[in-house]
Ligand binder design. Sequence first.
Ligand SMILES: Cc1cc2nc3c(=O)[nH]c(=O)nc-3n(C[C@H](O)[C@H](O)[C@H](O)COP(=O)(O)O)c2cc1C
Length: 203
Amino acid sequence: MSKVTFKPGTMLNPVPVVMVSCGNSEKQNIITIAWTGIINSDPPMTYVSIRKSRYSHEIISESKEFVINLVSKNLAFQTDYCGVKSGKDIDKFKEQKLTPIMGNNVKCPMIKESPVNIECKVKDIIEYPSHDMFVAEITAVHADESLIDENGKLQLEKANLIAYSHGEYFELKNNPIGKFGYSVMKPKTKKRIAKEKRLERKK
Ligand SMILES: Cc1cc2nc3c(=O)[nH]c(=O)nc-3n(C[C@H](O)[C@H](O)[C@H](O)COP(=O)(O)O)c2cc1C
């Protein structure tokens, strides 16, 4: 099959879409971010890439901390809004009726309505031509109690997280294809997992 070649671009898809909260009790803000990811496992490290022109760039450069708030389907509207309006002019928490709550290690508010909040401390700022990359260590993770099963296990699939692909928001339908390593899994293990899933669905 022949290919059509495009000029170089940010074609990596899908990517996460998250609401990043920053500031403090007097000056709070939320910015929607798609340029984010994990860069190290131990210690857990992440990054957010932000244009210098954003109000959040100014806040995070100064405070050196932020919270990544994961986004469920029911927060898609607020996520889009926080990605088109600047906190220079408005309080996005108030405008979108989002609740600021305190974390453990950072002074900036987390978003209560988000199912998972990831506290981050900035370790490095790497400047690139369009965006500055805020490299950060993850210092705490909080999840809604409703996502924790009776064995204390996080059931992230129940959070209805969304992703961003080629300019659009998509829900991650709860239709998993296979677990990590399923391509080399023994048939006996596959059967056991399928049985466990059937039982889980019946609950
Ligand atoms: C889906 C989506 C993803 C975005 N990703 C980024 C990003 O990764 N980096 C960035 O600087 N701006 C990104 N933006 C744009 C900012 O969120 C937007 O300019 C916002 O209004 C900035 O808010 P602030 O001025 O209050 O910081 C994104 C916007 C949307 C809608």
